[in-house]
Design a binder for this molecule. Structure first.
Ligand code: CA
Ligand code: CA
Ligand code: CA
Ligand code: CA
Length: 367
């Protein structure tokens, strides 16, 4: 399933007052958070933008039926969908992170062996985020079909409090559980009651518990202040993702979906104490979503480093969701992260992440 966010207008209650305002927003939008040149001046560094350019965004934003206005006031009523998706922590696509495609496949979408028979899914018609041996993070879900409609309060982890293998979204004990630091909605870290198998939105290595929820957008859960919704930061001024602790799940066949896999507990993984072991980073899981990682000196993609956050602005009391960088099949077709800087070198099967994503051709089957 593919979600595209371009060329639409989204109504967004930015100030959270419960209504869609029609006056110019204040404060303005921060281009450094959403990573878009809204005002069309050639940079993405303006931090208080209240007017946007139809020319730069390629969409008509006022009601005069053209796309040439360069100074359109931003209101809650005319937020472009691409902006609303960035505010929710998404790029132009969801990269098939919710659909349970890996169940029968060996970590790759396949066609020749019949695992996944849809050409739309297989033939690069939609970009797919790779699933590899990588740290396993907790996800949160917005149970709306279009991510641009999601407001901050819509994002929940969900928890199977009754332990009956499903989430009752009408029961606040299950539906309201969030990645917050205090109160009754909190997920308690290092607690045997809060295990991977009971998380409503699932993890980067498992789908949402309820099959009906597997069509909704999900994102990595970061620890937030229960009262304000703001991200809580570590000593590096980085937000803190929730992950799954415990033994690594290295072997796909014998370790996945065992009780050990199910019983991994939730923990917090701040970047300032992240280390390459299963105490200070999440456990490794064979089918975990692969994100670009970083260390203090250069970007890496090893699982030995914490997640790279593309848009984070330090010291700004942040509430917006961090933008992570998915490693896509079109970037790295076959290699796995391991300990190496896969995307920083000219890997065997990919030429250049940003400029030439075509993999090197090899013998393959046709039918
Ligand atoms: Ca409003
Ligand atoms: Ca700009
Ligand atoms: Ca116009
Ligand atoms: Ca339940």
């Amino acid at each position: 399933m593919q979600l595209l966010f371009y060329l639409q207008i989204s109504k967004n209650d930015l100030d959270g007052d419960g209504s869609i305002g029609t006056t110019t927003i204040s404060p303005g939008l921060n281009e450094r958070i959403i990573q878009i040149d809204l005002n069309g001046n050639g940079n993405t560094t303006d931090t208080n933008v209240t007017r946007m350019s139809e020319k730069a965004l390629g969409v008509h934003l006022n009601d005069d039926d053209d796309k040439t206005d360069t100074n359109v006031p931003i209101t809650e009523r005319n937020i472009p969908s691409i902006v609303a998706s960035r505010l929710n922590g998404f790029w132009e696509n969801n990269f098939v992170t919710s659909y349970d495609w890996w169940e029968r496949a060996a970590g790759f979408p396949r066609d020749s062996n019949g695992d996944i028979g849809r050409s739309y899914f297989n033939n690069f018609a939609t970009p797919v985020q790779r699933r590899v041996l990588f740290p396993e993070y907790v996800l949160e879900i917005c149970r709306k079909p279009i991510v641009t409609a999601c407001q901050p309060d819509d994002w929940v982890v969900g928890y199977d409090a009754s332990d009956n293998g499903k989430i009752d979204w009408t029961d606040s004990d299950e539906a309201d559980i969030r990645a917050v630091d205090s109160g009754t909605s909190r997920i308690i870290p290092n607690d045997s009651a809060f295990t991977a198998s009971r998380l409503g939105a699932g993890t980067t290595a498992r789908p949402a518990i309820n099959e009906d929820d597997q069509r909704y957008p999900r994102r990595v859960a970061f620890l937030r202040d229960a009262a304000t919704g703001n991200l809580i930061l570590d000593s590096n001024n980085q937000p803190i993702p929730l992950g799954i602790s415990g033994s690594n799940n290295i072997d796909r066949e014998s370790e996945i979906d065992t009780s050990t896999d199910d019983n991994g507990e939730v923990n917090y993984y701040p970047s300032d104490t992240y280390a390459d072991n299963s105490t200070n980073r999440p456990r490794l899981h064979r089918r975990a979503l692969w994100f670009k990682t970083t260390n203090s000196s250069s970007d890496k993609n090893s699982y030995k480093s914490p997640l790279l956050i593309q848009n984070f602005i330090t010291n700004s009391n942040p509430s917006n969701q961090p933008l992570l960088i998915p490693v896509l099949q079109i970037h790295v077709a076959f290699e796995a992260p391991g300990n190496s800087k896969v995307l920083d070198k000219k890997a065997l099967d990919v030429q250049s992440r940003d400029n030439n994503w075509l993999q090197v051709a090899v013998d393959t089957e046709t039918s």
